[in-house]
Design a protein around this ligand. Structure first.
Ligand SMILES: [Zn+2]
Length: 248
């Protein structure tokens, strides 16, 4: 680390659980963020600020005025721009030392596999079950830790599927691929502005813990937040032996 980096990351270096070894791991790490919307905004900004050395950010959508109520990586200058490109600009303005790859596409198939294979941690910040399941399958295939977040109306949830471990559940253990009936999308249901900040920020927390081996992650636990009642709940998650994605 050079002098500028020692200064920029000094508040991380002061933390016993991170220190110079942990910050060095972050600078060498590669995070893949799927989606640069409500959840992807705080995830992308915090990972960039924290010095994750390489960040790949994928989103095929462009910024609209209705997004600016909660998608804080974008601003009025971003209107009409691709979300991954817009977020990349903000990330690099804050931290020009890291490398950000902005992918103007919805990752699927071979491109998704290739992106997951190269990442040390994957953050699911998307808004649809098709992508969530595709990302989960790729993470199971390449045994990558997946930090999953969701937020709609006033309710959010976060968990980690640490697929490096044989005993870890996957997203399909929790939500089987063929059991989805209704998509819960912001466009139809509304979403409370800071809710995506709360959930996305915890996704960033879990990703940084995974990358630095600090503390215990949310692997095997689903954290639920109800903003209206200010309630947090935590549910135990178990691997489903009959899961059609990660089971035998
Ligand atoms: Zn599974």
């Amino acid at each position: 680390m050079n002098d500028t980096q020692l200064l920029r990351y000094s508040r991380h270096i002061l933390l016993d659980q991170i220190g110079i070894p942990g910050q060095t791991k972050l600078l060498a790490a590669h995070a893949l963020i799927i989606g640069a919307g409500g959840l992807g905004s705080p995830v992308a900004l915090y990972l960039a600020a924290a010095g994750v050395g390489r960040i790949t950010l994928a989103d095929d959508d462009s910024v609209e005025l209705t997004n600016l109520q909660r998608q804080i990586a974008h601003d009025m200058n971003s209107l009409g721009q691709n979300k991954a490109q817009s977020a990349r600009r903000r990330m690099q303005e804050m931290n020009p030392e890291i490398h950000v790859d902005a992918m103007d596409l919805r990752l699927h198939g071979d491109a998704l596999d290739a992106a997951v294979a190269k990442a040390d941690v994957v953050l699911d910040c998307c808004d649809n079950f098709t992508t969530r399941h595709a990302v989960n399958r790729a993470c199971v295939r390449y045994r990558k830790p997946l930090v999953s977040g969701a937020a709609v109306r006033f309710d959010g949830q976060i968990t980690v599927f640490d697929l490096r471990q044989d005993t870890a559940p996957c997203y399909a253990c929790l939500f089987p691929e063929h059991a989805q009936d209704a998509e819960m999308r912001c466009a139809e249901f509304g979403v409370f502005a800071p809710l995506v900040g709360v959930i996305g920020s915890i996704q960033a927390v879990e990703a940084l813990k995974l990358l630095t081996d600090a503390g215990q992650t949310l692997s095997g636990r689903l954290l639920l937040y109800e903003a209206l009642s200010a309630d947090w709940r935590s549910l135990r998650l178990k691997k489903d032996a009959a899961c059609e994605v990660c089971g035998k």
